[in-house]
Write a protein that binds this ligand. Sequence first.
Ligand code: PEP
Length: 259
Amino acid sequence: MSERRPLISGNWKMHHNHFEAIQAVQKLSYVLSANDYDAVDVSLHPPFTDLRSVQTVLESDEIPIALGAQHCHWEEKGAFTGEVSAGMLAKLNVSLVIVGHSERREVFGETDDNVNRKVKAVLANGMTPIMCCGETLDEREAGQARDKVERQVLEGLAGLKGDQVAGLVVAYEPIWAIGTGKTATPEDAQEMCATVRNAVRGSWGTEAADSVRIQYGGSVKPVNAPDLMRQSDIDGALVGGASLDPDEFARIIAYRLVG
Ligand code: PEP
């Protein structure tokens, strides 16, 4: 089985203007140590307006944090007011792009087909998608969580080759746990992340399933990160609220040292 390096990603959503973003990155790099970067990959996903500033700080201070984005359009250019293409992100040295976050799906109506086009655009521009999936509380209570997540994985990644799937990241984020303070139990999170991996195995084979990195997301905090990260099919975390505070985010990144 291949060794999967944990990836802890901070999704800032629509928080931090570019001045605040610079301060947050500088503070985070101050509290993180070489030990943290040795054991874990870290990415930050600021709003579009902060990307250039954050890129400049990361590169000029040689901070080994990957620059990420929260979203992109699938077309390279055109009459899509308000949108940003994958190619534009790649030019800013963005290396990871969140695709199909539940807020994009639920608030902006993104479909699995939209997500699939975006995943392909991100890959075509040499970046790595973090493709999100997850069920609502109603779907969980109706016993539909596994079917929903399997469908999102199969449709979101449709048409990709095994080696492309092997290199990407899937974030399992139960919608009822995002920003609510309710976290899935480590056992439930493990079961759903195993569902994602089995779906990958069924369509793209064992090598892709063993290599694809699967993050858990949904109210991850310093106190629950160690138990979640101990699960065999959880390879990292997608962190919203707690990534806005550099001290809190750093404590999540240092999850190995706790408990
Ligand atoms: C997220 O934004 O993907 C997320 C999981 O948010 P939070 O950690 O705030 O629940």
